[in-house]
Design a protein around this ligand. Sequence first.
Ligand SMILES: Nc1ncnc2c1ncn2[C@@H]1O[C@H](COP(=O)(O)OP(=O)(O)OP(=O)(O)O)[C@@H](O)[C@H]1O
Ligand SMILES: [Mg+2]
Length: 397
Amino acid sequence: MKELRSSMKIEIHILMLEDSEADAELVAHSLRKGGMIFTSERAETRVEYIRALERAPPDLILSDYSLPSFDGCTALAIAQAKCPGAPFIFVTGTLGEEVAIETLKQGATDYVLKHRLSRLVPSVQRALREAEERRERRHAEEQLRQSHEQLRALSVYLQHVREEERIHIAREVHDELGQALTGLKLQLAWLCGRLPKDLKALHEKTRNMSVGIDETIQTVRRIATELRPGVLDSAGLIAALEWQAQQFEKQTGIRCRVKPAVRETLWDQDLNTAFFRIFQETLTNVIRHARATKVEVRFAEMGGFLILVVKDNGRGISDEEIHNTKSIGLLGMRERAALMGGEVRLHGEPGKGTTVTVRIPRPAKNPSREKWKWNENENSFNRRPRRRAPGAETDPR
Ligand SMILES: Nc1ncnc2c1ncn2[C@@H]1O[C@H](COP(=O)(O)OP(=O)(O)OP(=O)(O)O)[C@@H](O)[C@H]1O
Ligand SMILES: [Mg+2]
């Protein structure tokens, strides 16, 4: 407010639309007497008015309502189009109540009658204060919008980097550790074959070591798969959903069926990741919160959208739980879908279950998201070959 008040002491530029020079002088005199510091310009005709608006956009417009060659309402409409932020006050000889109300409805800031010019300064000061507040609000909103956009871009980037890193670590763990362990196992078998038969304790020891190595190989595979299931990159989204459902069923004993209505294999990596991670979070929530015995999963395409529906028969999520802004898991699901231009909807029926619906627009058949790489041998861009997923024997494409 302090700033606003101080800004009112700054010189402002006023455009007066007034055919009478004497009246314009009177208005200027009232303003000066009220302590206002300003420069002013007077226009009489439409042409002069538009030229003045374009040459030096005013901080305030004071307009007569009835002019010989022009009318106040048109002047107001022109001001709204050319200088939407500037307050517009009618200063006029007569103005019926109905007309006055109509001008305010059309967006005039105020009206002051010429025989009551004592109202002019307070009216102008209020109008300038409100205009300043509007400007500040618009500025704050714009900054908020920009920082929201930046956060979203950062979020896209972080999700992407995280997934790339998972793919990288999964491959390193699977290939490097897996190969090293297999090598160890072969060497152990070689050693065992050369041990004298009567050294039973040593044979027993090597057998135990071999079992230990096998178990470690299994653990390495599990860790690699949990980081990024190979099936997602080697066999596509639907196969990955089916695989995840089987794992879920094995771990929990909760029946989980996937009914895909999309036959085609989908390859867009970002899209696959989004659906797959949302699906994983949904199943984790079923284990942790639903008390369900059955989960049905549908995957379909409708109206340009790919739609994943996960329905459990548990206790049913409540409306408060759905709208709780502190639910990080649900927030993450919504954010993932939003980053792909989609959305997540939840619906719960007490005692009957929870339905999670994920809708994401299907990318174009020839997606611009495809990753291209400069091929030095061919001197051209080629699509980057898809990563071989950990454990994938062949690439089906
Ligand atoms: N399938 C479900 N059935 C019943 N309630 C659910 C279900 N899914 C989620 N909820 C409710 O919604 C809440 C929010 O879920 P959300 O995934 O955001 O959090 P969380 O699972 O508790 O914690 P985390 O942040 O680790 O995921 C849960 O705490 C639970 O009360
Ligand atoms: Mg959760």
